[in-house]
Design a protein. Structure first.
Length: 193
């Protein structure tokens, strides 16, 4: 049983009420605001990122690529690029040493809750499901916000059909998206996230 089990999230969020003065298209932080989101329709949790089993060969290859890119950055005097490569390597190292956290997710009567963020259906531009088991089972939401272009929710063992049926009543389905985004595919194939 995760944090969204029958009563867990429901009990902890019963006190939440609506604030009409909030800015449009901004997710609401449930730890700071009171929101009336209705009943939970679907809920599950997922890992923050996929923990990959990486071989010594993977580490050697990524080290060579990283060092080559850092050397190129300094040869071309593009120091910012070099710093970004080093930070990326540090993040991968730290990610490998820590276990991913479980993120609770819920589809409620008025929107979706991811962790402690609540998005109204009106804040979601569209949605699509990429379901090619066992590799890819993901629910995506496009956002109306300028800086965040999509939310990625792994489905795990959840049957996507009832989820699709419910969400399509409130959010437009993006029928043009038939494959997982290139960045997600490359991240999965290169075991980066």
């Amino acid at each position: 049983m995760g944090p969204l089990s029958d009563g867990g999230l429901q009990r902890s969020l019963v006190r939440i009420q609506h604030h009409p003065h909030k800015y449009l298209n901004m997710p609401q932080d449930l730890t700071k605001e009171q929101v009336n989101f209705g009943e939970i329709v679907f809920s599950w949790s997922f890992k923050e990122y996929e923990k990959h089993e990486r071989t010594a060969r993977w580490y050697w290859l990524m080290s060579i690529v990283g060092l080559a890119m850092t050397a190129y950055a300094f040869i071309t005097q593009n120091y910012l690029f070099g710093i970004i490569i080093v930070l990326f390597a540090v993040i991968l190292f730290l990610q490998d040493k820590n276990e991913p956290i479980e993120i609770p997710f819920a589809i409620v009567e008025t929107g979706v809750i991811i962790g402690n963020k609540y998005y109204k259906f009106s804040e979601l531009k569209d949605f699509w499901i990429i379901y090619n088991p066992p590799e890819v089972k993901v629910l995506y939401f496009g956002l109306k916000e300028i800086f965040k272009h999509r939310l990625m929710i792994p489905l795990g063992d959840i049957d996507p059909r009832p989820v699709h049926e419910y969400i399509s009543r409130f959010v437009a389905e993006n029928l043009e998206e038939e494959d997982e985004p290139f960045s997600d595919k490359m991240g999965r194939l290169l075991k980066l996230h």
